[in-house]
Design a protein. Structure first.
Length: 286
């Protein structure tokens, strides 16, 4: 076999082996790596390169070496799942870097981290003042996570005492100008509905790069032609306006009638509807 052909064959075999082993090791191996996973990734990559290029050595030896590393890695992951002590020993534990707005300099030195590097990581999380941080920790994979003090956290519906129903994920119904029937069926919609919504927006299907429908049945589209401005969906604003109109009509009915029973009924309904509007208004404002 010519040398160039042998290199091609060995490279293809190495790619297949690397792909199969990576799939077997799971998604952790391609996400944020722990210390041992980092070593494993480098080693397996080096051995597969050896399988591919070292034509003077039997390549089955490289396959044996990769298999051994794979089995060791799999065994260590199994031990980590069973034992916290093993996890702490292999991956180390988290290190607190900031507590109550105070930077812990000794822990920074322990992790060989400078103040500039710490602030850089905080800025990536939109945190610009260390004094606003309640708690910051460096995870075993090297990532820094931080929690702001209560007074600096964004206001959420929970802070306002508003209960918000779970919101289903948006469904992508158009990709590259083609309709996706399964996501439409998930939402209980069909092609006729989608074509009608596209007509309302004044766009053609073949000009849609991506189309998504949210939990409220509103269609959002991204067009290939960026010069065209697509009007924003008006379902929620229209619904809010209709609710306010109904509430105003009830108040008018209460004022226009002379019957006390009817006046009280209209007033009670108006107050109840106003409470409903107050609850759903945060969801209906664009």
């Amino acid at each position: 076999m010519p040398l160039w052909l042998e290199v091609i064959v060995r490279t293809l075999v190495a790619v297949v082996i690397l792909f199969v082993l990576t799939r077997l090791l799971g998604k952790r191996q391609i996400s944020q790596l722990s210390f041992f996973e980092y070593i494993t990734g480098i080693t397996i990559g080096s051995i597969t390169a050896y399988i591919s290029l070292d034509v003077n050595t039997d390549w089955y030896l490289g396959i044996i070496a990769v298999t051994v590393w794979f089995l060791v890695s799999l065994g260590i992951e199994f031990i980590q799942l069973k034992s916290k002590k093993a996890r702490d020993l292999i991956d180390s534990s988290s290190t607190v870097l900031i507590k109550d707005g105070k930077i812990l300099e000794e822990n920074l030195k322990k992790e060989r981290l400078t103040n500039e590097e710490l602030m850089e990581q905080l800025r990536k999380k939109s945190i610009f003042k260390a004094a606003e941080v309640e708690f910051a920790v460096m995870e075993p994979d090297g990532q820094i996570n931080a929690m702001l003090k209560s007074e600096y956290q964004p206001i959420t519906p929970a802070h306002l005492g508003i209960k918000v129903a779970p919101q289903p994920e948006p469904q992508t119904v158009i990709i590259d100008g083609k309709l996706m029937d399964e996501p439409l069926a998930t939402l209980g919609l069909n092609r006729k509905w989608l074509n009608t919504e596209l007509e309302k927006l004044g766009v053609s299907l073949d000009n849609v790069n991506l189309g998504q429908v949210d939990a409220y049945g509103q269609l959002y589209v991204d067009l290939y032609d960026d010069q065209i401005t697509v009007p924003q969906p008006q379902v929620k604003p229209v619904l809010l306006a209709q609710l306010k109109k109904c509430e105003a009509d009830l108040e008018m009915f209460a004022l226009s009638t002379d019957e006390e029973e009817a006046k009280k009924l209209y007033s009670d309904c108006s107050m109840k509807l106003q409470k409903v509007i107050d609850q759903v208004k945060p969801l209906l404002i664009q």
